[in-house]
Design a protein around this ligand. Structure first.
Ligand code: ATP
Ligand code: MG
Length: 353
């Protein structure tokens, strides 16, 4: 008898960032994926600061509005905590333990590796595979985050009537989106050494992938907020006016040479610096490609500027380039929003694990 093919419910990927709540809903089609919808809802200035939620109610409201605009009946979601709020460690465990035995062992071992009290921590682990030098052992990736970070996100989603099924880490969300980026760039060998660099409003994160696995991540404070503030100062505008004008145009002619070009230069410097940190910490000396993510990747010509400064092929990332779209999704708008949606997309991909 043929069983009823019961479709597994998908998860809405939700990125709670410093300026907005971004949502992506995907579905599976024969061989690929379809964008069912996405929405971006701005957050009031003080609701999230440097990736820490300060105002759970405001975030809950924004999630509610974004979800309403998404127009789906789906209430299950995947969220992420910022990479900088998570401590990870690769440990080894005996091979062949049953899942609950493994969980118990990991719990027992964890307090050696985690610098805060275990009652305040959300612990998670994932078996990577056999230990390279000893077949009796497996390597396990341990991740720990302060419960507070996790609980505030879950609470905000709950306020909007959503049920959190997966709590991921931002860098792993990028790792999940990466195969889609490799599909986008035909010239990119899937096993290459690639830097995915997310330049958002307040933070810039570098994620290094080697053979499609995340091997390094680091964040520093830098982002488009600096450009917005430069515009405010130079042209005497409010924060909101400056933010709007920089995306939609309407600034005096002097904007490009005197404000935007210098900002792009600083952005290229920041990218070069983050790469230097990575090279200093690893045996690698050169990445094969840079993929830009985050809202600042949409600044015209910033990819070329980085490419010429760093000397590495640089592309603007679009995880949706090979996906089909629900008729209500505007392809042009999605194209320009795509780099900023990379984390939300990687989270939505958790539906298909
Ligand atoms: N076309 C554009 N030109 C210039 N700046 C842009 C453009 N589109 C978006 N931005 C800027 O990108 C930033 C928002 O990017 P993004 O949505 O990735 O940030 P975020 O995820 O909210 O921030 P963070 O990750 O730091 O918390 C804002 O500073 C915004 O002004
Ligand atoms: Mg962001």
């Amino acid at each position: 008898m043929i069983g009823l093919a019961r479709k597994r419910p998908t998860l809405i990927g939700i990125d709670i960032s410093s300026t907005s709540v971004k949502m992506v809903e995907l579905s599976r089609t024969g061989t690929g994926y379809r964008v069912e919808g996405y929405s971006v809802e701005p957050l009031p200035g003080s609701a999230v600061q440097e990736k820490t939620i300060q105002d759970v109610d405001a975030v809950g409201q924004a999630i509610k509005s974004a979800h309403k605009r998404l127009g789906t009946s789906n209430k299950l979601c995947a969220l992420a905590v910022p990479s900088s709020a998570v401590i990870t460690k690769v440990i080894t465990m005996p091979a062949g333990l049953k899942p609950d035995e493994m969980e118990g062992q990991v719990q027992l071992e964890a307090d050696q590796y985690i610098p805060f009290a275990l009652e305040e921590v959300n612990l998670d682990f994932e078996i990577i595979g056999p230990a390279p030098k000893n077949p009796d052992l497996v390597e396990v990736l341990l991740s720990a985050s302060r419960s507070e970070n996790v609980e505030m996100r879950v609470a905000a989603a709950e306020m909007a009537g959503l049920n959190t099924k997966v709590m991921d880490v931002e860098a792993y969300a990028i790792e999940h989106a990466y195969p889609l980026l490799a599909d986008q760039a035909t010239e990119l060998d899937r096993d290459a050494l690639v830097a995915v660099i997310d330049v958002g409003a307040t933070m810039t994160a570098i994620n290094i992938l080697h053979k499609q696995n995340l091997i390094y991540t680091r964040e520093q404070t830098f982002g488009g907020k600096q450009l917005t503030e430069d515009i405010m100062r130079r042209f005497g505008l409010s924060y909101d006016e400056a933010g709007r004008n920089k995306k939609e145009g309407g600034l005096p002619d002097s904007y490009v040479p005197e404000v935007l070009e210098p900002f792009k230069d600083v952005m290229a410097q920041q990218v070069a610096r983050l790469l230097q940190f990575f090279y200093a910490a690893s045996t690698h000396t050169q990445v094969d490609q840079i993929i830009l993510a985050g809202g600042c990747a949409a600044i015209p010509g910033v990819d070329e500027q980085i490419e010429s400064r760093v000397g590495t092929l640089t592309r603007v990332g679009n995880a949706f380039s090979k996906m089909s779209l629900h008729p209500r999704v505007n392809p042009r708008r999605l194209g320009s929003d795509a780099p900023a949606l990379m984390i939300a997309c990687g989270l939505a991909m958790r539906s298909f694990d």
